[in-house]
Design a protein around this ligand. Structure first.
Ligand code: UDP
Length: 448
């Protein structure tokens, strides 16, 4: 445990989803390693299943009587109401301690948190859990201020590559499907005007043009990639895992199975993160594509998705594949046996693959994922994208062919070389004196 040398206390408020908790926990650990007292606020129902403290950070639970809604649209409002009711009390309680709360670091999608922070006399820092490019797109295309028409097939925005409509975050074009989320993603732009600090989970060279452009407008700070230190700079000795998992990983089964693969880079790791759901037809195409790809595969099928697996698939698996409900993803990506990540391109998964030098097959689902997939294939060139048919389904042949391209063909060698380059750059960013390291240091000095 680091010694607490700073009496000022930073509260961290992630939105309670895995992809939002992980990066904010990691940021907290980096602050704590510099002697800052950090407390993470997590809703009680999740907290119960978690350790009381993760390494050097404290966890405070947010009590609630009713269960969080399953509907994602409704869960945002539920969280807003809950935190509005309870945050004042929590802060008052913590403020009587030796370490008065000075800063609230909140998830950029909880835009309302900045007003609460300011009303309570705290400074507020918005933490963006998606890429800087995504924020720039939401900034330029905000319907409140945007003059950029969406009538052509290509969209040209400052400091970003030309984007096809389908490469934009899904909420921009799918107007009717998620009206509440659409409003929410654009509401993040309020942070640029109101927040005292703007943190981005990315690193300068990864998104150089867009980071430079953003900096001409706002004093943004890149602080990523937020991967446990032992996978990157190894300066935080106890920081070997994220620590706050909403799912129970099958660690032993996965690692044993990977250990038993004799050939390096012979396994495709397949995962669609914590939220994405595939249709039954897509599930069947994927299952068949994996079986015919000629490669071993480790596939994460969450418990809620299992009923969509084709009948008899599990009995046909034999040695070729392992299906688990959840896995220790970082350990899997870092394993010598893994040669490719078949991914939905969630931002954490994307950063993890880049930081661990693993080439990808990108099969984006929604939200920021289509844009991340564009960057993976065309900008960073560490992966290829599958093409969906007119019905939106990616066929078994396309899946098997894409995997073989990354695992077996000449293109795969080029992708691996690029992935290795990004791995080095990711480490440099968080290592001593790196761009993200300096930005975190500057923040800590400013609150001392
Ligand atoms: N993850 C994991 N085990 C799994 C699947 C995912 O630990 O079996 C982690 C992964 O390492 C990442 C997070 O869950 O940190 C998923 O976040 P991401 O942004 O990639 O996707 P989301 O779940 O938000 O769609």
């Amino acid at each position: 445990m680091e010694e607490i040398t700073n009496k000022d206390h930073v509260l961290v408020l992630p939105f309670p989803m895995q992809g939002h908790i992980n990066p904010m926990v990691q940021f907290s650990k980096r602050l704590a390693s510099r002697g800052v007292k950090v407390t993470i606020l997590i809703i009680e129902s999740i907290c119960k299943n978690m350790p009381k403290a993760s390494g050097s950070i404290n966890i405070e639970s947010i009590p609630h009587d009713d269960s969080p809604p399953e509907n994602i649209d409704k869960s945002f409002e539920w969280f807003h109401v809950l935190v509005s009711k309870t945050l004042t009390k929590i802060i008052e309680k913590l403020s009587y301690s030796e370490y008065p709360v000075k800063v609230l670091v909140y998830d950029s999608i909880s835009t309302w948190a900045i007003d609460i922070a300011h009303q309570l006399g705290l400074k507020g820092a918005a933490f963006f859990t998606q890429s800087c490019s995504i924020s720039a797109i939401y900034y330029h295309m905000d319907p409140e201020i945007s003059k950029i028409p969406l009538d052509g097939s290509l969209v040209s925005l400052p400091s970003l590559p030309l984007l096809e409509k389908e490469e934009l975050p899904s909420f921009i074009c799918e107007i009717d499907l998620y009206p509440a989320i659409k409003e929410l993603v654009f509401s993040q732009n309020i942070n640029f005007k109101k927040a005292d600090w703007l943190f981005f989970n990315t690193f300068d060279v990864l998104e150089k043009e867009v980071v430079d452009w953003m900096r001409t407008k706002y004093p943004i700070k890149t602080i990523g990639p937020t991967i446990p230190s032992m996978y990157l700079d190894k300066r935080l000795k106890e920081d070997e895992e994220y620590g706050l998992s909403l799912f129970k990983p099958n660690d032993e089964v996965c690692m044993k199975w990977l250990d038993s693969r004799e050939t390096a880079a012979s396994v495709v790791y397949v995962s669609f993160g914590s939220l994405a759901t595939l249709g039954e037809i897509q599930m069947e195409e994927l299952a068949s594509g994996l079986m015919t790809s000629n490669c071993y595969f480790l596939w994460v099928v969450r418990a809620t998705e299992e009923n969509k697996l084709p009948k008899e698939f599990m009995s046909k698996l034999s040695e070729k594949g392992l299906v688990v409900k959840w896995c220790p993803q970082l350990d899997v990506l870092a394993h010598r046996a893994v040669g490719c990540f078949f991914t939905h391109c969630g931002w954490n998964s994307t950063l993890e693959a880049l930081s661990l030098g693993v080439p990808m097959v990108a099969m984006p689902h929604w939200s920021d994922q289509p844009t991340n997939a564009k960057f993976i294939s065309d900008v960073w060139q560490t992966g290829i994208r599958v093409k969906a048919g007119e019905n939106g389904v990616v066929t078994r042949d396309e899946i098997a062919h894409s995997i073989r391209e990354v695992m077996e063909e000449k293109k795969g060698i080029m992708l691996k070389e690029n992935a290795t380059k990004w791995k080095i750059l990711a480490k440099e960013a968080v290592d001593e004196g790196g761009s993200s390291d300096k930005n975190i240091e500057e923040f800590v000095s400013s609150i001392m």
